[in-house]
Write a protein that binds this ligand. Structure first.
Ligand SMILES: Cc1ncc(COP(=O)(O)O)c(C=O)c1O
Length: 374
């Protein structure tokens, strides 16, 4: 089966893990700190913390901002379930917003429609790696925090600034399906200095000044085991094994994006003028995409049939992300026409750096063959 995601992990990553094993310390230490520095340089923001997942970052964001019961957070309907889960865990209410039918990014007008006295923040997802029109959105967010889920947009740029550094807090993912893949792990950026210090506490159980026993000993405290808590928090620390892998992946990241962009272009010209297919849009002017997803719209109620045909022919495909307002658990009353339409039409085809030219040809031929038969 041709997979929709893949990773490029090899000898260099194994070597990096070996180095960590040999150091006899596999927890949070130098590799994590170096990763924070190097990733920060890559995205142009020094206030970065390495954490154990992007979902951890979403949960942390609620704590950092003090989101509480009765607060409301606007969330684009096409997004990952971890976002509303984090909001609900904070006792607050996720309010689902409709998205643009081409970019699948949140509609600015939805923020005006949905905001009220209780609204505290708006989540942005840069769907598939294509940055939202952030300046336009900002006009509608005055007085609200902007939280970026940058899991799709690791090095995407909006007017030369990296996604995940455009709002107040940004969350990144390095799980098994992401472009930079370490198996798990994530990062959080926090723009405000005070909130950044708070984030450090939230990351590690709420311990004041993030001090470990070893840190206290170094400061010649005679009872270095004493604990001072600022608040009662969860534990979102990552470790040197994951960060050692992530550091190697970071060096390879540009080559991954380059190949993804090449494949994107091949698909775009191959699907030009194909009946029943609407291609995805190019990134907005003055933006750069990370090319995380490739999405087509399949017309005439043929999406599910095409999906079944591709899978039968050894090509995995899917739809990211099933509209959140349709997830029964959330019990949303929002009727969102664009999300409803996209739910019938969108299909993600494989897009990753390990696709061979033969794979790409097979995917394109199989899609075209399907439409010749209908
Ligand atoms: C858009 C989006 N946000 C957040 C996440 C969560 O990432 P993680 O698996 O690192 O928690 C994912 C994971 O698939 C995602 O696709």
């Amino acid at each position: 089966m041709i997979q929709i995601f893949s990773n490029s992990l090899g000898e260099e990553e194994i070597e990096a893990v070996r180095r960590v094993f040999e150091s006899r310390w596999i927890g949070f230490a130098n590799e994590c700190k170096l990763f924070e520095k190097e990733f920060g340089e890559k995205i142009g923001e020094s206030k970065v913390l390495a954490i154990n997942s992007c979902t951890a970052g979403l949960f942390m964001a609620m704590k950092i901002l003090g989101i509480a019961p009765r607060d409301e957070i606007i969330v684009p309907a096409i997004n990952f379930i971890g976002v509303p889960n984090a909001v609900i865990a904070a006792g607050a209410k996720p309010v689902f917003a409709d998205v643009d039918t081409r970019y699948l990014n949140i509609l600015p007008s939805e923020i005006d429609r949905l905001r009220n006295r209780n609204t505290k923040a708006v989540f942005l997802l840069h769907y598939g790696g294509h940055p939202c029109d952030v300046d336009e959105l900002r006009k509608h967010c005055n007085g609200l925090y902007i939280l970026e889920d940058s899991a799709n947009s690791i090095v995407s740029k909006y007017k030369d600034k990296n996604c995940g550094t455009l709002g107040d807090i940004g969350c990144f993912s390095f799980d098994a399906m992401k472009i930079l893949s370490a198996g798990d792990g994530g990062a959080i950026t926090v723009m405000d200095e005070k909130l950044f210090l708070k984030a450090m506490e939230v990351r590690y159980l709420g311990i004041k000044n993030r001090q470990s026993g070893i840190d206290s000993l170094k400061e010649n405290k005679n009872r270095w085991w004493e604990i001072e808590l600022a608040s009662a928090e969860n534990r979102y620390l990552t470790n040197d094994i994951l960060c050692a892998i992530a550091r190697v992946q970071l060096k390879k990241l540009n080559s991954f994006i380059k190949r993804r962009k090449e494949i994107w272009r091949i698909y775009q010209s191959a699907f030009e003028g194909v009946r029943f297919i609407e291609k995805p849009p190019e990134p907005l002017p003055d933006t750069e995409s990370s090319y995380y997803l490739y999405w087509i719209k399949v017309k005439n109620n043929l999406r599910d049939k095409l999906a079944a045909y591709l899978v039968k022919n050894g090509i995995y495909c899917t739809f990211r992300y099933y509209p959140l307002n349709l997830v029964k658990y959330y019990d949303s009353k929002e009727r969102l026409p664009n999300a409803a339409q996209l739910n019938e039409e969108i299909l993600n085809l494989p897009l990753h750096q390990n696709l061979s030219n033969d794979d790409i040809e097979k995917i394109i031929d199989t899609v075209k063959r399907f439409f010749k038969r209908v």
